[in-house]
Design a protein around this ligand. Structure first.
Ligand SMILES: [Zn+2]
Length: 269
């Protein structure tokens, strides 16, 4: 039994984006009063080490969402330096995972339980980590759900990706969505082309542009905002069905065909 009453869990006090490469964020989690930190998808060790040293932290845990090098490239150096626990998907070709996790498994970080959600599509091994013991709940979803968009289908089918996105879209509406890239403005430009009459989307574009103009990350997003503005979560909406019909030249048979048409257009947008 927890000593904390419902809805009164200790908060993860700091979730910080460490910029990496041209547009990646490596999310660092830490708590006040502790020198331990967790990072999500460390594609590069150097900015992580700099952040940890600047803040007098040590690395206790790493969460990996999928096998791409810009999410795993820093593993070897960070493991050699800090010997953290490393959680990640199986099967995958990632070297350094100490604990393979699957759908429904729980990962404990700073006394908080994160549930593993399998979300194949961008890659077949892709997983996300969800914690609803925080208010708002936290979602680390790698390259599956982006702010205003979704990852490319390198390995999975449109059907798989559509199902995976639906799982994330069904999480609590207020969930904070921490994805791995600052692709938001490009995604929203496409979203506007695909869903031109969406007033919430127009308002979002204005607000996110203000953040970028101030040099501030657009993340985290929220599940509700994605449901309202992200075309890849809106393939059942008449506006997106109509857009897909224009692209395809015929009436799509189902939501997966709408998703495939919209995703195919984005690939060449
Ligand atoms: Zn990726």
């Amino acid at each position: 039994m927890s000593v904390f009453p419902q809805n009164c869990w200790p908060m993860i006090s700091n979730i910080h984006p460490i910029p990496a490469f041209s547009d990646n964020y490596i999310w660092a989690l830490s708590e006040a009063g502790s020198n331990q930190a967790c990072v999500v998808d460390p594609g590069d060790a150097t900015p992580v080490i700099n952040y940890l040293e600047d803040n007098e932290l040590t690395l206790s845990d790493i969460l990996i969402t999928h096998h791409h090098a810009d999410h795993t490239g820093g593993l070897r150096e960070l493991i050699a330096r800090y010997s953290p626990r490393v959680y990640g998907p199986e099967p995958s070709n990632i070297n350094g995972i100490s604990q393979f996790v699957h759908e429904g498994d729980q990962v404990e970080l700073f006394g908080h339980k994160f549930v593993v959600i399998e979300v194949p599509g961008h890659t077949l091994d892709h997983i996300a980590y969800y914690c609803d013991q925080e208010q708002p709940p936290l979602l680390f979803c790698g390259d599956t759900l982006f702010a205003g968009g979704c990852g490319r289908l390198f390995e999975g089918t449109p059907q798989l990706m559509n199902q995976s996105l639906a799982k994330l879209g069904a999480l609590k509406a207020e969930t904070s969505v921490y994805c791995t890239h600052e692709y938001t403005m490009a995604n929203l430009k496409f979203a506007q082309a695909a869903d031109p009459a969406n007033a919430v989307l127009l308002d979002r574009i204005h607000k996110e542009q203000q953040k970028r103009d101030s040099g501030v990350p657009t993340l985290p997003a929220s599940v509700q905002l994605e449901l309202d503005t992200n075309p890849f979560l809106r393939c059942h909406e008449p506006a997106l069905v109509q857009t897909a019909e224009q692209r395809l030249g015929h009436t799509p048979q189902n939501e997966v065909e709408v998703f495939a048409a919209i995703r195919g257009w984005k690939d060449n947008f």
